[in-house]
Design a protein around this ligand. Structure first.
Ligand code: PFF
Length: 467
């Protein structure tokens, strides 16, 4: 059997690690763009309501499952399944989903690393050209960067929960906050910045269509790292008697504040150089934003702050995104590592090598999906369109299975594990929670409308993406 389970050393350590997981590319780029295109302040308001009333209860459910059982997702579901084999399925899904999401997220992070290096070596002008992105992602250099990235992530994981994950979070997260604030302060002092702030914040409620609501919900869910087994795993590393509701609130708040603040960086940056821009025409894709659009804007900054200044600004931005992505990847790859340790009794390093080896192969399949290898580029036809291997992984695991996993967590906690046990877990470390309005709300919501909402999102995605 494996050695005694490691735990985070402090409450702050847990909070920073979980916030490190939650704060990712989704916060820094996808959120500001979605908010701007979908009603500004109106979107922000709806998003905040979704975080508080829908995502937070799910987050508490996942953390409670982990802390109760001290196990990885597969073990956690099995232990509380009451012997029903059917309830083992969500445990397996909560293992495969993070495993596969990590694969495509690794590839995007590799590109960020490549852009950071290119910026640091004085090549911002090259990044800003139309053709560069296509050339870069189809060059063999990406494989070298993939290896470097895997070494960084696996190096952190190999040091263990406290000395690896927690220490990395304690170093990297404060750095991330400082870099983000530094960039925001700089940008806000620039000409036309306030136009961007206005566009970002002024609410337009007419934009809140059912699609926008579903997009906001999916974004909040993904941003908080729900449905990926991560919070079950991190919950299992929480110290005994650390309040689940209290910690969950701080993590959700931090994640949302970072996403909000990222908007104060991205929009003013765009408006500073294009005061006439119509943001509704911005690309929906985060990759398009990071790798095609923003480099041009960064380069244009040279008129004000010189080429060196513009490169420095761009470098801090890419480094910020890289740090956010690395702490997210650490958390997501820890899920299969924890499973191999808990379920197979495998030693940590061996588990890391095993997972790392399979993920590198799958990540290569994703990386060559953009033209390098035809077979992976035109992997399947879905809903009448050609999809690459990369697209397929994203569609199946991120778009589709994520809400399904969320739905299963709710049903499991309320109807299988049972409310009374869940309540006990939430009260441990937070006695004031007993009988509170929050407690009654969480029990009710998790057993009724939250699973219904997640089911609707799931059905809608299946219908849209597969048929
Ligand atoms: N919360 C992360 C984000 O917004 O980017 C979600 C995530 C993605 C976590 C990928 C972990 C991960 F590997």
């Amino acid at each position: 059997m494996s050695a005694a389970r490691e735990h985070f050393g402090s409450r702050l350590g847990f909070i920073l690690a979980a916030a490190g997981s939650a704060v990712g590319i989704g916060n820094l780029v996808a959120f500001p763009v979605a908010a701007t295109k979908s009603g500004g302040g109106a979107f922000l308001l709806i998003y905040a309501l979704f975080v508080v009333f829908i995502c937070l209860p799910v987050m508490m459910a996942e953390l409670a499952l982990g802390r109760r059982t001290d196990k990885d997702p597969v073990g956690a579901y099995r232990e509380l399944s009451g012997g029903s084999k059917l309830w083992h399925i969500p445990g397996w899904l909560a293992l495969i989903t993070p495993f596969m999401i990590a694969v495509f997220y690794l590839v995007v992070t590799v590109w960020v690393l490549g852009y950071l290096v290119a910026t640091l070596t004085g090549n911002l002008d090259m990044l800003a050209t139309e053709a560069y992105f296509g050339q870069f992602i189809n060059s063999p250099t990406v494989f070298a960067y993939l290896v470097v990235l895997m070494l960084i992530i696996n190096g952190i994981l190999a040091l263990g929960v406290k000395d690896g994950i927690e220490r990395a979070a304690k170093t990297l997260m404060p750095m991330l906050f400082v870099m983000l604030l530094g960039l925001v302060v700089f940008v806000l002092t620039q000409e036309n910045a306030m136009l961007g702030v206005q566009y970002y914040l002024i609410p337009d409620f007419s934009k809140l269509t059912p699609e926008v609501l579903s997009k906001a919900m999916a974004q909040a869910f993904f941003s908080l790292s729900l449905g990926m087994g991560i919070l079950i795993t991190y919950g299992s590393y929480m110290k005994a008697h650390q309040s689940v509701p209290g910690s969950a609130k701080v993590v959700a708040l931090t994640d949302t504040l970072v996403a909000f603040t990222a908007g104060l960086l991205i929009l003013p940056t765009i408006f500073h150089f294009n005061p006439q821009i119509d943001p509704t025409e911005l690309s929906d894709s985060s990759a398009g934003m990071i790798f095609l659009f923003l480099p041009k804007i960064f380069l244009a900054m040279q008129d004000n702050i010189g080429y060196f200044g513009a490169s420095a600004f761009a470098a801090v931005f890419f480094f910020l995104v890289l740090v956010a992505a690395i702490t997210s990847l650490v958390s997501i790859i820890e899920v299969p590592v924890a499973t191999l340790r808990d379920e197979r009794g495998m030693e940590r390093r061996k588990a890391i090598y095993t997972i790392g080896a399979i993920q590198i192969v799958l990540a290569i399949f994703c990386a060559v999906s953009f033209g390098m290898v035809q077979w992976f580029t035109e992997f399947v036809t879905l809903a009448g369109a050609n999809k690459s291997f990369f697209d397929l992984v994203e569609i199946i695991f991120y778009d589709t299975i994520l809400p399904l996993n969320g739905l299963l967590v709710c049903l499991f906690v309320i109807y299988r594990w049972k409310k009374s046990n869940f309540d006990k877990e939430l009260q441990d470390g937070d006695p004031s929670f007993a009988g509170s309005f929050s407690q009654r709300y969480i029990n009710f919501a998790l057993g009724t409308f939250i699973p219904v909402i997640l089911l609707l999102i799931f059905i809608n995605t299946v219908a849209l993406k597969f048929f």
